[in-house]
Ligand binder design. Structure first.
Ligand SMILES: [Fe+2]
Ligand SMILES: [Fe+2]
Length: 164
């Protein structure tokens, strides 16, 4: 099991809330954020499992796949900032997965929380990008942020599809 650096909450959403208080990300913060993004992938994929509507399921799966892409952009950012390669832990080794749900119900409350979380995610990625001195790293952070907004839009589409 990979361990979290001291001081980070051990649940993914709490750890993300904690990182929001950072104006500038350290390399260590980026490592934790990459593990949170992997958790985000799993969260969307678990959520998609119980969705009967094919189109809605595909949208949630796409969000999940892109969360994995966000983790990979963070690995690039870590390399640019530190010169070091950081290997993502497998999901089994990712400490946030101790608290991964085994199933999720795609209801209005959860979708509302996701839409809010994704919107906040974009905002905070832009804050981190603004503080970043390396323009290449900043652009990677901005790309992740922009996609978080798209994720929220997809969840909104899912909500409409499931209500229809
Ligand atoms: Fe993400
Ligand atoms: Fe997202």
């Amino acid at each position: 099991m990979a361990s979290l650096p001291a001081g980070y909450p051990d649940q993914a959403f709490d750890a993300f809330a904690f990182l929001k208080s950072r104006t500038e990300l350290s390399v260590e913060d980026m490592q934790v954020l990459a593990m949170i993004e992997c958790f985000g992938e799993a969260f969307y994929l678990i959520l998609a499992e119980n969705v009967k509507n094919d189109e809605a399921r595909a949208l949630l799966t796409r969000n999940g796949n892109e969360e994995r892409g966000h983790a990979h952009r963070l690995l690039k950012a870590i390399k640019l900032k530190s010169g070091q390669d950081y290997a993502l832990p497998s999901n089994e080794e990712n400490p946030f997965f101790k608290f991964a749900p085994s199933e999720l119900k795609c209801d209005d409350d959860l979708m509302a929380a996701l839409m809010q979380g994704e919107a906040d995610g974009d905002l905070v990625y832009q804050v981190w990008a603004d503080a970043e001195s390396d323009p290449k790293v900043a652009e990677l952070l901005r790309q992740n942020g922009r996609e978080e907004t798209r994720h929220g839009e997809r969840v909104e589409q899912v909500k409409k599809l499931l209500a229809a």
